[in-house]
Write a protein that binds this ligand. Structure first.
Ligand code: HEC
Length: 97
């Protein structure tokens, strides 16, 4: 029973850490990715980890200063990984998106 409780605590801690990382990644995105283009350009992608890494290299090459790259990568992969459903097509600028 004690082992079970400890396991549950460990799992809960791992999940909490993960969410914190994702939150940090999202913050990093709004801090470092928005000066040049809209987030739609990012959020419409569905990329593998390797492809996101390459993308971050490319943006860095163009002058993007990324401070928390690990968290950003995890956030991008969790939300816009290539295992996620395709994003809805871009619609008219009626403010709905
Ligand atoms: C210094 C300016 C700049 C910053 C900052 C920047 N980008 Fe870009 N990004 C560009 C340009 C320029 C393009 C090409 C736009 C186009 O093709 O219309 C682009 C395009 C993209 C694309 C579309 C695919 C591609 O390679 O053309 C993705 C995805 C992307 N950026 C992700 C990011 C992410 C993630 C960040 C934050 C880490 C970021 N960008 C920050 C300049 C920037």
């Amino acid at each position: 029973m004690k082992a079970l409780i400890l396991t549950c605590l460990a799992v809960a801690a791992a999940l909490a850490a993960d969410q914190a990382t994702l939150d940090r990644g999202q913050k990093e995105e709004s801090r470092s990715c928005m000066p040049c283009h809209s987030l739609r350009l990012i959020h419409s992608q569905r990329l593998s980890k390797a492809a996101w890494n390459k993308e971050l290299d490319k943006m860095t090459g163009w002058g993007t200063k990324i401070q928390d790259r690990e968290a950003l990568l995890e956030y991008l992969l969790a939300n816009y990984g290539d295992d996620k459903p395709a994003s809805p097509p871009a619609t008219s600028r009626d403010g709905s998106k």
